[in-house]
Ligand binder design. Structure first.
Ligand SMILES: [Zn+2]
Length: 322
């Protein structure tokens, strides 16, 4: 048994050079609950080959992570409104961010707050751990940027299928930890990219060519998580709309997502859909709320006439014929 344990120890020492262990460590670059990791146990186990708790204990034993401070525990545990209530009952100054309120409370009630947060398994990197974590994060971000740049240059050359295959092959182990991530088939990815690069939704009809082109590139990248759109998007309004860039990008994304959904409905033999608006949708969208349409002549989404600065958020809902 002892030999077994020693072997394990040696293997674990080696594993610090494994990206999956570095990824685990990087989650503690900011204070993180152990439960956030153990609740995805199956996925972590497949990445680490040992129970995640054991890997975390190993990081603790190597002094790469340590328990968070009382102040950090308070900031994690309480909402701003709750901290304000505590501050008020203690007769302290109300203004400030969570961190400032926590400091103020600790000055007068350290022991009380220490025991109120004692059971929390909140850990963070030590200085040494942070160095490794930050190197990992930097390396990952650089690789992500390289992949994004490569895809952008392929799109510019019209080489969509190469761009799609790079997007699909770019993989980060983090993705295995996101429940909603599903790989779609390659022909549907290629279809999507073709629509994004060539079709202009009515809601963006007045946007000039060079601007819509940038929006298209950003939307293609957003189809391959974690290649989120590049950092160079401005934060002003997009000329020809009353949207900021984020919203304009989202509108093209909605357009393709809604289109794919309609295709899916059609494949499933659904013949009618209902339009659904939000409580705070604009009057043009609300006019169509709960209206039913034959799937062959359903109005385009996002609604081209939408006047909301947040953009159209209407969705299609399948209707089952009785
Ligand atoms: Zn609207």
């Amino acid at each position: 048994m002892l030999i077994m344990d020693n072997e394990k120890e040696i293997i674990l020492d080696d594993s610090l050079s494994s990206p999956n262990y570095q990824m685990l460590l990087s989650l503690f670059a900011k204070p993180c609950f152990i439960a956030n990791i153990t609740r995805n146990e199956e996925k972590w186990f497949s990445l680490l080959n040992i129970p995640s708790r054991k890997a975390i204990n190993f990081l603790i034993s190597k002094q790469l992570i340590e328990t968070a401070t009382v102040e950090e525990r308070i900031v994690k545990k309480y909402k701003l409104s709750e901290l304000k209530t505590i501050v008020k009952t203690k007769g302290l100054k109300l203004a400030g961010k969570k961190e400032e309120l926590a400091k103020r409370i600790l000055e007068v009630s350290f022991d009380e707050m220490n025991s109120a947060t004692a059971g929390m398994e909140l850990y963070k990197c030590t200085c040494e751990g942070k160095e490794i974590a930050e190197r990992y994060i930097q390396k990952r971000d650089n690789a992500r940027l390289d992949a994004s740049r490569l895809i952008l240059s392929l799109l510019e050359k019209g080489e969509y299928s190469e761009a799609v295959s790079i997007g699909r092959s770019y993989y980060e182990p983090e993705m295995a930890l996101i429940d909603t991530f599903t790989v779609q088939d390659i022909s549907s990815d290629l279809y999507k990219v073709n629509v994004i690069m060539n079709e202009t939704p009515g809601i963006l009809a007045n946007v000039e060519y060079t601007v819509i082109h940038r929006i298209r590139l950003a939307v293609v990248l957003s189809c391959f998580p974690p290649l989120a759109y590049f950092d160079t998007i401005p934060n002003d309004l997009v000329a020809g709309t009353n949207f900021d860039w984020d919203t304009a990008i989202r509108m093209l994304r909605f357009y393709i997502d809604n289109k794919m959904e309609l295709l899916q409905y059609q494949a499933e033999g659904i013949r009618k859909v209902e339009l659904l608006a939000c409580n705070d949708s604009c009057i043009h969208c609300k006019k169509k709320n709960n209206k039913k349409y034959k799937i062959s002549d359903v109005p385009e989404l996002p609604n081209p006439n939408c006047t909301s600065p947040y953009g159209c958020r209407c969705i299609y809902l399948s209707v089952f014929d009785s």
